[in-house]
Design a protein around this ligand. Structure first.
Ligand SMILES: CC(C)(COP(=O)(O)OP(=O)(O)OC[C@H]1O[C@@H](n2cnc3c(N)ncnc32)[C@H](O)[C@@H]1OP(=O)(O)O)[C@@H](O)C(=O)NCCC(=O)NCCS
Length: 170
């Protein structure tokens, strides 16, 4: 029913729109704010999203309902020699109207497969403590809590903890 594939430059606008939608709808889930993202220059967006189109720096898995983008998840590889074995998962998001149907699960699985193909030793991610759906999803997929950064994020005047999670790969 849904299709999944790697993002390319042609998806730039759709990804940007979905990221902005995520920053409004799930503002607490992400470190970037909607106003920071909308005020960011075109060159910032180009540089940022290009990370996901260049298979060396990272990749992004997109989920479509026909031509409509309904879910996404990104992986960033590390360019530093001492951290080349570590990848970071970012921008895991499913459109509200398409949740609870296994889309994020499939996106996550594809990102884990890619990390394994690239022979990474482990994947890291960070998630705000209130995002229980996301935390459950990560735990179900073998991520464990590796640390808690207390009061790391200030969301609407409330300090929140950032949960660090990691998964060692096969
Ligand atoms: C977290 C998030 C990405 C999950 O997306 P999703 O596509 O709904 O995730 P899935 O459908 O794969 O799994 C979610 C739940 O649906 C259930 N599910 C999967 N397929 C299902 C189906 N066919 N029928 C019913 N339930 C189903 C899963 O078991 C899971 O249940 P659980 O939460 O009780 O474990 C989504 O809620 C989201 O975008 N949240 C806001 C942003 C966010 O927090 N991102 C993380 C940033 S670190």
């Amino acid at each position: 029913m849904y299709t999944f594939r790697f993002a390319t430059e042609k998806d730039f606008q759709k990804i940007k729109v979905m990221m902005l939608q995520a920053l409004i709808e799930s503002s607490v889930a992400f470190t970037l704010t909607y106003s920071e993202a909308t005020n960011a220059s075109d060159s910032w967006w180009n540089a940022y999203l290009n990370n996901f189109f260049d298979r060396k720096r990272g990749s992004m898995i997109l989920s479509f309902n026909q031509n409509e983008l309904v879910g996404m998840g990104g992986i960033l590889f590390n360019s530093y020699t001492k951290k080349k074995h570590v990848g970071e998962l970012v921008w895991i998001y499913t459109d509200v109207g398409f949740r609870q149907q296994g889309i994020a699960q499939k996106v996550l699985k594809e990102l884990i497969n890619l990390a394994e193909e690239n022979k990474l030793l482990k994947l890291n991610l960070s998630v705000i403590n209130t995002q229980t759906k996301a935390i459950n999803l990560y735990k179900k997929n073998g991520f464990v809590v590796s640390g808690i950064m207390k009061k790391e994020i200030k969301n609407n005047d409330i300090y929140q903890d950032l949960i660090l999670m990691e998964k060692f790969l096969a």
